[in-house]
Each structure stands twice: as structure tokens, then as C-alpha cells.
Design a protein around this ligand. Structure first.
Ligand code: NDP
Length: 364
């Protein structure tokens, strides 16, 4: 009998026990166990708190290279010693039935390696954005998941955010007529010398790798299809700090319908908004993409936003993935979605170098 069925029967037996405290072992046993890999800012400030409120999954384990964090997290989140791993012994997680999902929250250059290792250990995987450093890594990750027969979700929390879903419905259905142009921008200051985000090999190329996926998705998800070509420009006013990477990248994506989307990413200034203009109206999300701020929607016409706005956007994202696993349904923020964004980012990089409009071929 598989583990979930056993736990299911225990659940039925225990159901008569009234007024169980919120996080008893039985209640957690009904949920899928997640192990967070890499206990940095995002795991600490967003994912772990969100996992205290998820309905279908819970924080079961951790993987860290820092022993003091292991001790601290173990106490704070009641994580047993047997569910704590480091980067060397991570593969032993295959023998741990408490862990159903491995969530890779490591620097970008480690995404492909740890996603593939987690699949080889027989676990489902959530991998943070950007999915990989390049298209080939994304393809390798998708192939590893298929080989293992396990599901992959990219940490695209906004795929489950009600304001974004309302906006995409308007755009895809052309509720305000043909979309003529869009502006999609995300930037903040990242002026800390020596950090992995500014290292070309570890971050993958600065702001466009870190923030580009959001600006790209703003446009392509509003239109409901990927762009056909892109023109891009890279800028660097501080080559000492931004060594071999662009400080800011602007790009213009063109869609088959004729719509255009102007995107801006920057590591030097703060911006966070999406604007779309159609023949019959306009719509704006501001703040739009940032994980720590609530999305605000405004428009020239009334908009109905359905769905629950959680304190942490990651609650809906992780619960949706747990349900995909339980119900054997397709993942919305799939590896294929992550791959599309890397195909577009590679075209953006090609265009900066060539100075030309670059067609985007999704078949390669
Ligand atoms: P941090 O630098 O804060 O944390 C990364 C963690 O990875 C470290 O704390 C460390 O954890 C571990 N690590 C292992 N090897 C290395 C190494 N060689 N260099 C640096 N760290 C290492 O990064 P973030 O938490 O901000 O970002 C992690 C990932 O999450 C990135 O891919 C980023 O793009 C993504 N992200 C996604 C967001 C979203 O909204 N979806 C928002 C923010 C980030 P330990 O000490 O436990 O080993």
C-alpha cells in the first residue's frame, strides 16, 4: 500500500478525535512534505513563512551548507534531524518518505544540477526562476523529470496570483479590443560587490536573468502567446561593479498580432509595473511583480478580481503544485513555461550583441 493511502486510513481513524491542534503530526501527514534547498533570503523571508499557511504541503525538511542555519531552522520549524541534509548527502533524500517535493532555492547556476539530482532521487521538484542559465539546461531538467516520472514546477508565484489572472483574462480575450502596446518593467538596486547575482557565471547575466522573466511574462501572458521577435539594448554605466554583465536591459518584444511590449530590467533603479493599452481601454498593475508587495490593479474600466489574495503569493503556488501531484493534473507554471522564457532571454542577449531584431525559434 502506498504511503498516502496508509496515511489516508490513519486520517480516517483519527477523524473522530475532536479539536486537534493546528499542526499535529496527523494533519501534517495529510500534506505533502517539502524540503527547501538553500536557506537564503527567499527561503527565509517568503517560502518558510508561506509554508506555515499552506493547506496541501508543509515544511518537512531542509538542505543547507550552513550548520548554524540547520540548527536554527530545526528549532524554529520543528524539523527532525533525519530530515536535515547538506549538499553532499542530498542524494540520500531518496530513502526519506517524509519528503515528496524538493524545492530548489539556490543561486541560478545551481538550479539545473540540483533539480536533476532531486529527480534522480525520485522526488517532485519546484525550481526557482530563472529556470536555468540557458535553454539547454532547461531541456535537460525537463528530460530528467520525464525520465523520473515526476512533476516540475518553476517558482512562478504570479501564475497563481488573482490580479495577474484577471489581467491575463482581459488581454487574452481581447476584452478591450486589440492590444496595441504594453510596458513591463522591474528593477531595483543591486550594488553589493561580490554577490552571486553580479557574477556572470553564477547569476547568468545580471538583471535580465534575475528580473527579465517577470517583464517577459507580463507581456506574453497578457497577449496569451509568446513573442515572435525581439530587439534589445544593454547598458552599463558602472563596469567596475557590473563586470561582464549589463546593469540595465531594455527590450521590445513583437507579437504575431502586431502588439509590442517594451520591457525594462535594471539593477540600478526601482521600478515595478505593467501597463497595457488596447483600442478600447487600458490596464495597469502597480506594484506588479515584486514578491514582498501586494499587487494593485487599475484600469479605465471596472475589473472583477476573483480568488483569494494570500499574505504570501507562494501559498497558492505551492498548494497548486501539491494538488497537481495528488490529482495528477498538469502543472500551470511548468518547465515548458520556464523554457519559453529562457528562449526569449537568449534572443534578447543575441539582439544586444547583433544590434538586430532577432526572431525567436521555439522549435530549437
Ligand atoms: P540568497 O543569496 O539569499 O540565498 C541563496 C542560498 O543558497 C544561500 O543562502 C545558501 O544557503 C545557498 N548557497 C549554496 N551555495 C551557494 C553559493 N555558491 N553561493 C551563494 N549561495 C549558495 O539568494 P535568494 O534567496 O535571494 O535567491 C535564491 C533563488 O531564488 C534565486 O534563483 C532567485 O532568482 C530566486 N528568487 C525568487 C524569487 C521569487 O519571487 N520567485 C524572489 C527571490 C529570489 P545555505 O547557507 O543554506 O547553504
Amino acid at each position: 500500500m502506498d504511503r498516502r493511502k496508509v496515511l489516508g486510513s490513519i486520517g480516517v481513524l483519527a477523524a473522530g478525535t475532536a479539536l486537534l491542534p493546528a499542526l499535529t503530526p496527523r494533519k501534517q501527514a495529510d500534506k505533502l512534505g517539502i524540503a527547501l534547498v538553500g536557506l537564503g533570503n527567499y527561503a527565509t523571508r517568503q517560502l518558510a513563512p508561506a509554508l506555515q499557511a499552506t493547506e496541501h504541503c508543509y515544511l518537512a525538511g531542509i538542505v543547507t551548507g550552513t550548520p548554524t542555519k540547520a540548527e536554527e531552522w530545526s528549532k524554529r520549524y520543528n524539523i527532525p534531524e533525519k530530515n536535515i541534509y547538506n549538499y553532499e548527502n542530498l542524494d540520500q533524500i531518496k530513502d526519506n518518505p517524509d519528503i515528496d517535493i524538493v524545492y530548489v532555492v539556490l543561486p541560478n547556476f545551481m538550479h539545473a544540477e540540483y533539480t536533476i539530482r532531486a529527480f534522480q532521487a525520485g522526488k517532485h521538484v519546484i525550481c526557482e526562476k530563472p529556470m536555468g542559465l540557458n535553454v539547454q539546461e532547461c531541456k535537460d531538467m525537463i528530460a530528467a523529470g520525464r525520465k523520473a516520472g515526476k512533476l516540475l514546477q518553476i517558482g512562478y508565484r504570479l501564475y497563481y496570483e488573482p490580479h495577474h489572472l484577471a489581467a491575463h483574462k482581459i488581454g487574452s480575450n481581447q476584452e478591450w479590443g486589440h492590444t496595441v502596446f504594453m510596458e513591463s518593467s522591474l528593477g531595483f538596486r543591486m550594488a553589493i560587490p561580490g554577490i552571486w547575482r553580479l557574477d556572470k557565471d553564477k547569476g547568468g547575466g545580471g538583471a535580465i536573468m534575475d528580473l527579465g522573466v517577470y517583464c517577459i511574462q507580463g507581456g506574453r501572458r497578457y497577449i496569451g502567446e509568446p513573442p515572435v521577435s525581439v530587439v534589445a539594448q544593454g547598458y552599463n554605466t558602472n563596469p567596475e561593479l557590473f563586470k561582464g554583465i549589463y546593469e540595465s536591459v531594455t527590450f521590445q518584444m513583437e507579437f504575431a498580432s502586431g502588439a509590442i511590449c517594451n520591457g525594462t530590467t535594471s539593477y540600478s533603479a526601482y521600478v515595478d509595473r505593467f501597463h497595457a493599452s488596447g483600442e478600447k481601454g487600458w490596464m495597469e498593475l502597480k506594484p506588479c511583480f515584486n514578491a514582498s508587495q501586494k499587487v494593485v490593479i487599475q484600469s479605465s474600466k471596472d475589473i472583477t478580481v476573483n480568488g483569494t489574495v494570500n499574505e504570501y503569493q507562494q501559498i497558492a503556488q505551492m498548494d497548486a503544485f501539491a494538488l497537481n501531484i495528488n490529482d495528477e493534473t498538469p502543472v500551470t507554471a511548468s518547465g515548458e513555461e520556464g523554457l519559453i522564457d529562457l528562449q526569449i532571454i537568449e534572443a534578447i542577449k543575441r539582439s544586444i550583441t547583433s544590434g538586430q531584431k532577432e526572431k525567436i525559434d521555439y522549435s530549437v
